[in-house]
Design a protein around this ligand. Structure first.
Ligand SMILES: *[C@@H]1O[C@H](CO)[C@@H](O)[C@H](O)[C@H]1NC(C)=O
Ligand SMILES: [Zn+2]
Length: 600
């Protein structure tokens, strides 16, 4: 993941968020018991965002009913076990449970960690910057350790280092399944190398965990998918539905060279909506309120940076005007912080669905909270209560609303010269029910009055809004613009989880359950619950929207096990071997289930 506020990959224990990111309890509670439970809600919505609500414009209940009559409140799919390939699946299940296989898995992932594939913010052109060359040895490594994959699947290298493996199905009318992952890792900060328990590129296995950069983000996903395919080939499986593995190589620096180019090729080959479903890295599963919940991400927030620039005449500072560019800019920035975006909780928000799942299945949820969540289904008053409670918590609040953070400010060059220019950058993460356009309109509206007050010509995102438009001279200009043209990202379309279009979601849910159950001794009460969730950061899937409506950001990793994922993007990144083998089980099961599905 490129960024993460708090997602599964950072959860280190069963019911606590990383201490640096521990949220305030969601609701004000009196007992420590309730507080503990509320903190654990953090886990359930790790990677979860709130989709801003539209209840101000009327209830969405009608729409919800249309989408999924009678199945809404955290509908659960049945466990989905392959039938046609049931024998193969059962025999693979046994194989995956052996010590021999565990050893292979350790070697596969450990070896991948030992080939560093760092990506950097300042990477130059692909042909010129030698740091891109790191991916060559990684390809050699894959070729070496996955011989059957390379014999059986057709490999195309897209834009030199993008890996596109196609396992051609016998029925070309079936839309393919795409498993996405990224080859690159975030660089290891050289000053932290000696803080690692085991060197960052050692891939060291201590009998329980595999250590090193990339062991979880995202070489576990990439090697997990390849291991699953290698195992299926060994088991004699031949797909009916085409399986595509698409591995970008610059996800951590926004995916323009990797995923973007891979998707161009895929779109060319399969067309718009030509893919049945896409599964990329994302949320995992863990225990919450006494129940184990998996949270595949069905949406991502948008992103945009606004540049606020003030230009006024320069001159000697011994004869200053009342306000310099810097003073005006300061007033503008104060105005922004005085008028943040409004938080609204929508029933169509993936996070609202997560809350419903907690209310429905969280055995240990405090009753008052359960009541509020359940009542909010049909009561606007209860929905507002819930919204108010969320707004008291800065962490959850940030997940719900469009955020603003003034991250850069510049102006002035000399003590005795009036600053001709001052500017600032505001970073926005756009709420799922809003848009980049709405965010920019908000930015313009907040300071319109001040433009007038300071007698400035106001140009907002290419539109002149005052002064010159009226033919009046001004004492300077105020300009709002996209700070990094071409990088604004709309919130991702929400993947359907209800109604007729929910088949891929059900397939994924049933697969998660089958995987989870396959090697655990379960009584019915301990089964895993699957809940829609929301990603906190952006993934390579930002380029996949046209290819499929059914995009899932999900890593089948036990985030709450204490031996699962740890320390993504920082010192001591590592992954438990049992968790990694379970990922392989998941990929193998998903491929078999997708192969048998007739209505994707
Ligand atoms: C705005 O500035 C211009 C140019 O300095 C000046 O002519 C004009 O009177 C000012 N208008 C107001 C309302 O201060
Ligand atoms: Zn990642």
């Amino acid at each position: 993941m490129e960024t993460s506020l708090f997602d599964s990959k950072q959860a280190t224990g069963p019911s606590l968020l990383p201490s640096s990111q521990a949220p305030v309890p969601l609701l004000k509670t009196r007992s420590t018991f309730a507080r503990k439970l509320l903190v654990s809600l953090g886990i359930i919505i790790y990677g979860a965002y709130i989709w801003r609500c539209t209840h101000a414009n009327g209830l969405n209940l009608g729409q919800l009913k249309q989408d999924g009559e009678g199945e809404a409140r955290c509908a659960q799919s049945d466990v989905l076990i392959p039938e046609k390939n049931g024998d193969l699946w059962r025999s693979l299940s046994v194989t995956f449970g052996t010590e021999d296989f565990k050893k292979r898995a350790v070697d596969w992932l450990g070896g991948a960690v030992r080939v560093p594939t760092e990506s950097y913010d300042d990477l130059g052109h692909l042909d010129e910057d030698p740091r891109w060359d790191a991916f060559g040895p990684f390809h050699d490594y894959l070729l070496d350790v996955f011989p059957r994959v390379h014999e059986t699947l057709k490999l195309t290298k897209v834009n030199t280092y993008g890996l596109l493996y196609v396992w051609e199905g016998s029925d070309s009318l079936l839309k393919p399944l795409v498993l996405a992952a990224h080859q690159d890792v975030v660089p290891v900060n050289p000053t932290t190398v000696d803080q690692w328990t085991h060197p960052p590129y050692s891939g060291y296995f201590d009998g329980e965990r595999i250590w090193g950069r990339g062991s979880s983000d995202d070489k576990s996903g990439l090697i997990g998918a390849l291991s699953g395919v290698e195992s299926l080939i060994e088991g004699g499986f031949k797909p009916t539905r085409t399986v595509v593995l698409a591995f970008g190589f610059d996800e951590e620096v926004s995916g323009r060279q990797g995923a973007q180019k891979l998707v161009e090729v895929l779109l060319d080959r399969y067309g718009k909506n030509g893919v049945a479903l896409v599964v990329d890295e994302g949320g995992g599963f863990g225990e919450n309120y006494g129940s184990v919940v998996a949270v595949p991400g069905i949406g991502e927030k948008g992103y945009t940076d606004t540049r606020v620039e003030v230009n006024t005449p320069g001159g000697h500072s011994s004869v200053p005007p009342k306000h310099t560019s810097i003073g005006i800019l300061a007033a503008l920035l104060v105005e922004y912080e005085a008028h943040p975006f409004k938080l609204e909780l929508s029933r169509r928000d993936p996070f609202y669905s997560t809350l419903q799942c907690v209310a429905e299945h969280g055995k240990d949820l405090p009753e008052s909270l359960r009541k509020t969540i359940k009542r909010s289904w049909s009561s606007n008053k209860a929905l507002l209560t819930l919204e108010k409670e969320i707004s008291k918590n800065p962490v959850y609040k940030a997940l719900v609303e469009t955020t603003q953070a003034i991250d850069i400010v510049q102006g002035g060059v000399k003590a005795n010269a009036l600053p001709e220019q001052a500017w600032a950058l505001i970073n926005h993460r756009v709420s799922v029910i809003s848009s980049v356009g709405e965010t920019q309109a908000h930015d313009a509206k907040i300071i319109e009055g001040l433009a007038e007050k300071f007698n400035l010509t106001f140009n907002a995102f290419g539109t002149k809004l005052s002064k010159e438009a009226f033919g009046a001279p001004s004492s300077g200009s105020l300009t709002l613009s996209d700070a990094h043209p071409g990088t604004a990202l709309e919130p991702a379309p929400i993947t359907p989880t209800l109604g007729k279009e929910a088949t891929p979601y059900k397939l994924l849910s049933g697969t998660i359950k089958a995987t989870y159950n396959s090697h655990r001794d379960l009584t019915g009460a301990n089964e895993i619950v699957v809940s829609p969730g929301m990603m906190s950061g952006n993934t390579d899937t930002r380029y996949y929207w046209d290819l499929s409506k059914h995009i899932f950001r999900y890593s089948h990793i036990n985030a709450g096990s204490g031996t699962g994922l740890g320390n993504v993007h920082t010192v001591d990144e590592s992954l438990g071997i049992n968790e990694f083998v379970e990922m392989i089980r998941f990929f193998a099961t998903l491929i078999l289930n997708a192969d048998e599905a007739t209505d994707l």
